[in-house]
Ligand binder design. Sequence first.
Ligand code: AMP
Length: 291
Amino acid sequence: MTEVVTTVDQLRATLAGPRSAGATIGLVPTMGALHEGHLSLVRQARADCGLVVASVFVNPLQFDAEDDYASYPRDLAGDAARLRAHGADQVFAPDVAAFTPPEQVTVVRVGGLADRLEGASRPGHFDGVATVVVKLCNATQPHRAYFGEKDYQQLVLVRTVVADLDLPVDVVAGSTVRDDDGLALSSRNARLSPEQREAARAIPAALSEVAADWDGDADSARAALRRRLGAASGVDLDYAEVCDPETLAPLEGVVAGPAQALVAAVVGDTRLIDNARLEQPSPPRRGGDGA
Ligand code: AMP
């Protein structure tokens, strides 16, 4: 069961037997151009589930620029081999004309959340993401679906859609995989020149510094992030925000719980996003019990 299937009917037929035999089905949606970040999600799903479906679909609905969509790297044979090698049982690569036909008029729109941060810079992007995630979940009917924290707003958006539409799926988050220099893995990193790559390191560096200095003051964390990235040469900051990790509402003043810092910046022609959890280190446990 490791061939690539391209239609919803084929996928459902393939999954019917294992599903009725009680297999836990995990779905890992990707757009291909795979790197270790994607593959870590596949391995996580493999460890949790009896049957792992990985989808490879360059979703036209989530691209704002036609050029970007057309030039997105595609290598289905290579991607399918990598997915299998890391534990996917089934690769689902729907045909674009059949899966998102021009006559499709239904859109899943997540109010508010879809218009902030990434959504403000990329109008319509999250409608496209939400619509296709719902379609992939309906096609696969997985018990669990895996999404990377690298795209933190997307993760919150998917959780919101699943809760609001009562989709019977557990959304599981995977940690961000980074290169040795701290840069979060992304298919877009390949577009960076060596000098741009050097400049881009300022993004994870600023996030780590702000996370290390976190004392609960959202205003000063936000200001520090903006100051550091505003001063970084070769980095054109789009936004730097400190938000509630569950809702992504911007936080103000001193807060009691954890926060999420989110950043988008353009380096050369490449838009990069990254984020970090701001969490107070837990107080050291008292040593021994005095006995
Ligand atoms: P994409 O192919 O870019 O749509 O990404 C597919 C999935 O891989 C999404 O859930 C992403 O959040 C996740 N992902 C992308 N980059 C990373 C990374 N560096 N670490 C962990 N997950 C990632």
